[in-house]
Design a binder for this molecule. Structure first.
Ligand SMILES: C[S@@+](CC[C@H](N)C(=O)[O-])C[C@H]1O[C@@H](n2cnc3c(N)ncnc32)[C@H](O)[C@@H]1O
Length: 252
């Protein structure tokens, strides 16, 4: 089976995907515990397999110890480099692309992969990665994982958009603009819903300046968005982590 896709830059970092790992444990926990032998694919783990190793460790601790993670990479050199870190049968590394090497996972994570593709390739990649029924978490973050955004995609269709920041170092929510998923980043212009969302988020953040620190400020910001009538998902337990999840299509 020929891997579908193209080799791209392999930049990664330890702990870079901590925020999305935590979200996957929350969002996909029931899915993973309700499956007899749950398989999670980390697609495009990069120059080192560190984020796949961490994903397996975090899901094993937070969801169930017998979860299996397979790291797929389209670059055979990166697959060979990862093999010493395999811990079969619960952590393996293989060559593969958007076709998922013929595997049938429950969850696929693809982080900082589609950002290096053209936007017109996104829909097909989403369809292919969810074609056997997997829930896909697809997104982008900065090099240290302090600013991240991701979509949940099911049956090729995005259902939610999450913005997530390490609050102690968040200067302003406008920083999300340069880390949006590929499907949205070129639509962040006046008149488009994602631009309206980021503008409303920025205004709320400016209004909610408080002496009680960034966490309280973020909580107040998210509450203000909801009070303004925006559909804001989840609740304070997620918001206090620096997350904001909204339905996709994003409301104007
Ligand atoms: C920037 S790295 C991301 C590493 C890690 N996921 C992270 O976020 O830190 C992107 C990796 O995706 C791989 N890649 C690109 N397209 C792919 C595809 N279709 N299937 C599998 N891997 C792919 C590239 O070879 C590269 O190693």
């Amino acid at each position: 089976m020929k891997p579908v896709g193209a080799i791209t830059r392999g930049t990664t970092n330890p702990n870079r995907l901590r925020r999305v790992d935590n979200y996957i444990a929350y969002r996909c926990g029931a899915l993973l515990t309700g499956t007899a032998a749950p398989l999670v694919i980390d697609l495009g783990y990069g120059a080192t397999p560190v984020t796949a190793v961490e994903l397996r460790g975090r899901l094993a601790a937070a969801v169930r110890p017998d979860v299996t993670v397979v790291g797929l990479e389209i670059d055979p050199v990166r697959v060979a480099a990862a093999l010493p870190y395999a811990d079969p049968p619960r952590l393996e590394f293989r060559r593969g692309g958007f076709e998922l090497a013929g595997l049938s996972p429950v969850v696929v994570r693809a982080f900082n992969v589609l950002r290096q593709y053209e936007e017109d390739g996104v829909a097909a990649a989403w369809r292919q990665m969810t074609g056997t029924g997997a829930l896909l978490v697809e997104g982008t973050c900065d090099e240290l994982g302090r600013i991240a955004t991701w979509a949940v995609v099911e049956a090729g269709v995005p259902s939610t958009l999450t913005l997530s920041a390490r609050l102690p170092v968040l200067e302003h929510p406008s920083v999300f603009a340069e880390r949006l998923p590929k499907a949205l980043i070129h639509h962040n212009v006046p008149g488009h819903p994602v631009h309206e969302l980021l503008s409303a988020l920025g205004r709320a953040w400016d209004t909610e300046a408080t002496p009680f620190g960034p966490r309280q400020r973020w909580l107040a910001t998210v509450r203000r968005l909801r009070a303004e009538g925006r559909a804001v998902l989840d609740g304070p337990a997620r918001w206090r982590l620096g997350e904001l999840t909204v339905p996709w299509p994003v409301q104007p």
